[in-house]
Design a protein. Sequence first.
Length: 431
Amino acid sequence: MKAILAKRVDDGTASMDELTELARAAGYDVAATVTQSREEDAAFQFGEGKVTELTAAVTERDAGVVVFDNQLGPYQTYNLGQRLPDGTKVIDRFRLILEIFGQRAQTRKAQLQVELAELRYELPRVEAKTSLAKRDERPGFMGLGEYDESHEQDIKDQISRIKDELDAIADKEADRRQKRRESGFDLVALAGYTNAGKSTLLQRLAEELEIGANDELHPDLDPTAEAEDRLFTTLGTTTRKADIERRDVLLTDTVGFISDLPHWLVESFKSTLDAVYYADLVLLVVDVSEPIDDIREKLVTCHDTLYERNQAPIVTVLNKIDAVSDEELEEKRTALSALAPNPVAISGEEDLNVEELKRRIDIELPEWEFERLVMPMTDETMSVVSWVHDHARVEDVTYIDDEVVVEFEARPAIIQQSRSKASDLTAAPSA
């Protein structure tokens, strides 16, 4: 379907780059753009003259949809619909984003999050419709349709139900993260804006196909992470075992951020970000080929989102260095040093400096500790030795008379568990 893109700014020149990418990601053919620099018009968002221009553009291009980058109120949407040719759909960037999410949602969790976001988008519009219809005693006030008080409560009930189901899924995922840690895995998450190259980097770092594709929780996840030049190729999460020397690392790619997201939309997808919030290390991927001001703004937004709940160290990854000169890269390193201290500069596409990033991951992850367990030879001892092999890096196993000595390195939590298991053997009567 052909789309006309529209954007109003208070002053200056309106950039249409991201809205164009969003529209194409949703499957629209961008036929034209219409912009205006002026204060918002309460009735149409645009001024009267610009609405006339917009109407002409729709007619000339035979477009079926107008997409505003600005958030539209219910009356602005209605008024624009009245002025545009019959049948023209009018949406704003947030409805467009929800369309994209709906197209990409494959897992039950993703589908629930999209439904939750749609309901949160709709609720204030229903509340406004109900309130104004009551006040003016005219059902269908301003042509917005019949109102029904019960519909508002239905939406609230659906929101509550979906949140409960998402909480249950989050609990299962938390259990799975704990089991993976108990199995000796470090958890690393990729975060950043869409098209920063997260999925390409995942492919560079991964040594095997996705972990957990046959999991009950995610039965329909793709076996590979897409690496395409379009927004939102990753809506859910994709996890793979990373190729990091000395480490058992699970690397998770998550949904990308976009600019100017409202709180209700971020809140609807916060459970997807749990993979970031509860990781042992976060790789914040940045497209270093973008203008410095754009990178700085995105880093600030990412930090605001991550530091709210995240407790893991964050390493900034300046990606796509193949697209900039050495001089430009150094200039941006210096300009961004306050927000991105000691970043790692790479190209996931060209496989440049990826080994350096692997070394940095190894350094930043929690230190493993050395342990030497001395256990009595009992019927249960070999099962403990096997458990240590599964959860740690075993350096040596020695059998001395009626004792077994195991020397290994592991995460502190694994060492504590191994000590507990060894203690149980010591306390138990020998066979």
